[in-house]
Design a protein around this ligand. Structure first.
Ligand SMILES: CC(C)(COP(=O)(O)OP(=O)(O)OC[C@H]1O[C@@H](n2cnc3c(N)ncnc32)[C@H](O)[C@@H]1OP(=O)(O)O)[C@@H](O)C(=O)NCCC(=O)NCCS
Length: 290
């Protein structure tokens, strides 16, 4: 059995990872890499036996500005062992390897763990921390429309799509807890442009989805755009949830409530720095989940 790592540009190893990821989670990394969205911040650690990948834990390098201070975290993801090799200590072996590799070199390690795997992460020494979710107060959701509305980018020409991709890298931060190196993960979710909208008078892009609530996932502009300006240009169905923490000056437009991950996940962490997530009422951006 061989441990291989950091091979995303090597076709043979990547195809082995794709095969195990498809089998376990029903997706793969092929288009993401070949379309140029992988930029080195996703580092898989994998066990290979007889030319087949049997277990994997991936480290995502996450660089945030957290209330004005830069934090370098590692987010673990794509944690999986082939069904016929489970309960033999393989994922534990990779976890211990990755933790040893990064623990002293970053401000904390975290992951969004499925409810079915909670016992596994607890055994690996992770604790659970809660986040806070932000909702725009009803009186600000539909309080008078003006300006050029946000229009679907999927129906616009290639220049606008190119401009969106540039702004994913270069936007003014619109969150008090902003991921700086968001290109890889945000493009994983939005390269199809289905949820991307553009307002020409603001020269601003948003990512917006419908998930029971309307979810505003991202605001991208070279200059700072106040949340109120975005709200004037979108129609909100029931409720508007932010998929990120608003800037301090926009917090008065929002209510926030403790969020434990409900039926979707628990946020597991190692390293006391990450206790600030709950204490400071923070929320990892939806579009930063590995
Ligand atoms: C979760 C998963 C990665 C564990 O892989 P694995 O190689 O079987 O895990 P290990 O054998 O290294 O387990 C280490 C320890 O955790 C325990 N454990 C493993 N999976 C567990 C689970 N789902 N719940 C509780 N405990 C678990 C093992 O019993 C073992 O305990 P021990 O040290 O007391 O013997 C694997 O079950 C899997 O691929 N599941 C499907 C994909 C998935 O859900 N991934 C997690 C997404 S967040």
């Amino acid at each position: 059995m061989k441990l291989i790592s950091d091979y995303m540009r090597d076709e043979n190893s990547r195809h082995m990872l794709n095969a195990l990821t498809r089998k376990t989670f029903g997706f793969d990394f092929e288009g993401w890499v070949t379309n140029g969205y992988f930029e080195g911040d996703y580092i898989p650690y994998s066990l290979v036996e007889n030319g087949v990948m049997i277990s994997n834990v991936s480290a995502n390098k996450m660089r945030f500005v957290q209330n004005g201070v830069i934090k370098n975290y590692i987010q673990l993801g794509t944690v999986m062992t082939d069904e016929s090799y489970r309960n033999q200590g393989l994922a534990a072996k990779l976890m211990q390897h990755v933790i040893k590799e990064y623990e002293d070199k970053c401000d904390g390690i975290y992951l969004f763990g499925d409810l079915s795997a909670m016992g596994f992460y607890r055994k690996m020494g992770f604790d659970i921390v809660n986040q806070y979710m932000y909702f725009v107060k009803e009186e600000f959701c539909n309080s008078g429309k003006s300006g050029g509305p946000f229009m679907p980018v999927s129906e616009m020409d290639e220049d606008i799509k190119k401009k969106y991709k540039e702004l994913v890298r270069l936007s003014y931060p619109h969150s008090a807890f902003e991921q700086m190196n968001k290109f890889g993960l945000q493009m994983f979710y939005t390269s199809g442009m289905d949820s991307v909208y553009y307002s020409s008078d603001l020269d601003c892009f948003i990512v917006k989805e419908q998930d029971g609530d309307t979810v505003l996932g991202s605001v991208l502009c070279r200059k700072k755009v106040r949340l109120a300006e975005v709200l004037k240009r979108i129609n909100v169905g029931n409720r508007l949830r932010l998929g990120f923490v608003p800037l301090g000056e926009d917090k008065e437009l929002c209510d926030c409530s403790l969020y434990d991950g409900a039926d979707d996940y628990r946020l597991f962490y190692r390293g006391s720095e990450l206790e600030a997530i709950e204490r400071d009422k923070l929320y990892f951006p939806d579009l930063s989940h590995a």
